[in-house]
Design a protein around this ligand. Sequence first.
Ligand SMILES: Nc1ncnc2c1ncn2[C@@H]1O[C@H](COP(=O)(O)OP(=O)(O)OP(=O)(O)O)[C@@H](O)[C@H]1O
Ligand SMILES: [Mg+2]
Length: 242
Amino acid sequence: MRDYVIECHNLETAYAAALNRPILNGINCQIKRGEFVVLLGLNGAGKSTLLRSLVGLVPLVRGKIQINGVTLAPRTLPAIRRDVGMLFQGGGLIRQLSAIENVLCGRLDTRTTWQTLFGFPKHDRLLALELLEQLGLKELANQKTSQLSGGQQQRVAIARALIQSPQILLADEPITGLDAIACQQVMQTLSELHSQQGMTIVAVLHDLGIAAEYAQRAIVIDAGRIVYNGPCDNLQAKFSQV
Ligand SMILES: Nc1ncnc2c1ncn2[C@@H]1O[C@H](COP(=O)(O)OP(=O)(O)OP(=O)(O)O)[C@@H](O)[C@H]1O
Ligand SMILES: [Mg+2]
């Protein structure tokens, strides 16, 4: 088995006139199997763009991404997306649907349009329910997502990312806007996925203290480039504002 599950070689996006440079401007990094890495940086640094590029949502003009040794390309994307779960900034849930229906949406790309018309099979529904139960949301499975709190919504988004049983979880600001207890619950969930299931986790955070508490390594991005890649000790002293 390969040591590195994510390899980014010199990633560069198209020139962005508003920035006077490409959004990602020569990103090189490697992430090992089972690592918990935190991605830090100021607003607009390029953190979300980098995470989104790892699941083929950002066109690159240069560079190469390899996931488990497989180069990301239109042909390899469906398989890569099965291995990589993504938690989008702001949750990305469909507010009109219930919690369980949102979780089941994580299964949509494994089904044809025809199959979707007949609803999800029972084993998928049971799996979705099991995930919601693990995340402490069983009682709220049929509640409309718009009627859940921010922390509960974030956990529904985690369940949706997990229903594919990914090996890698990319979490874009999973705790932004949550209160201290919800923050801790969500970070604890990520930490357990990492320690108990060996999941590789890359999370964008803005809190240096939480980053140091949970992550093994920090990557700091500034203006589309990596400016720090190393241990989480003393992040506060090195970067007062990220
Ligand atoms: N689709 C797009 N087209 C043009 N510019 C974009 C696009 N998406 C993002 N940008 C710009 O690219 C830069 C990086 O955006 P990105 O969302 O990656 O930042 P971020 O580091 O995630 O910031 P935040 O902490 O605010 O979430 C920003 O200046 C943003 O305005
Ligand atoms: Mg972002």
